[in-house]
Ligand binder design. Sequence first.
Ligand code: ADP
Ligand code: MG
Length: 231
Amino acid sequence: SEQLIQKSEKLAMLGQLAAGIAHEIRNPLTSIKGFIHLLQANNRKEEYFDIVFSELDRINEIVGEFLVLAKPSAATFVEQDVKVLIKDVVTLINTQSILNNVQIFVEFESDLPMVSCEKNQIKQVFLNLLKNSIEAMPKGGIIDVKVREKEDDQISIIIVDQGVGIPKERLSTLGEPFYTTKEKGTGLGLMTCYKIIEGHHGKLNIQSEVNEGTTIEIMLPAITQSLLKMK
Ligand code: ADP
Ligand code: MG
């Protein structure tokens, strides 16, 4: 039946994902083992330590992305102010943006309704997206963040950067795990964002022009007045 096919497709996807994770973690582990051997045999070369630490960071990052997804989410959905969450993340990423000559401008519509969400997951989404935007502008630039309420009880968060952009043929496959164009990338950031937003019954749209920039819109269902009255 159709359900069975869906299930076997899901299992196949899970198998692919598991193979991907195993592969991505084995690479840095192999490298760590090699450099520890060298350290054991040779003098304590500083650069070997640096490599080992950076490979450990990489493993930690990969595992971290999956932990965000694995958290039991439904139980911890709480009424939140998106404004506060975004401000927190912008503060968090401030050092990185200054170091990269990137200015982040944030604009909120007044009287925004609240959203029901898992705070840390939604912050992770903003963090991953802003990081990508910063990384897309190696010479610096501006990121514009605009938050407003849409007609259909949705909160729209739009992030616009002036970065390198994404080629058309790549747009439809974004969110696939381990796709990265960065030397130190994990290719897990966008996948995590899609999964989290899906879990919040929201939407994530990406538009991009090569050499012009990327625009990302996140839509989250707002907690409307009528819903509040029903409680
Ligand atoms: P990572 O950042 O580790 O590479 P992501 O899943 O966050 O993994 O992003 C996957 C890829 O999508 C990036 O390597 C990059 O090529 C592309 N990408 C994502 N966001 C942007 C952006 N704002 N501008 C340009 N390219 C982007
Ligand atoms: Mg990323």
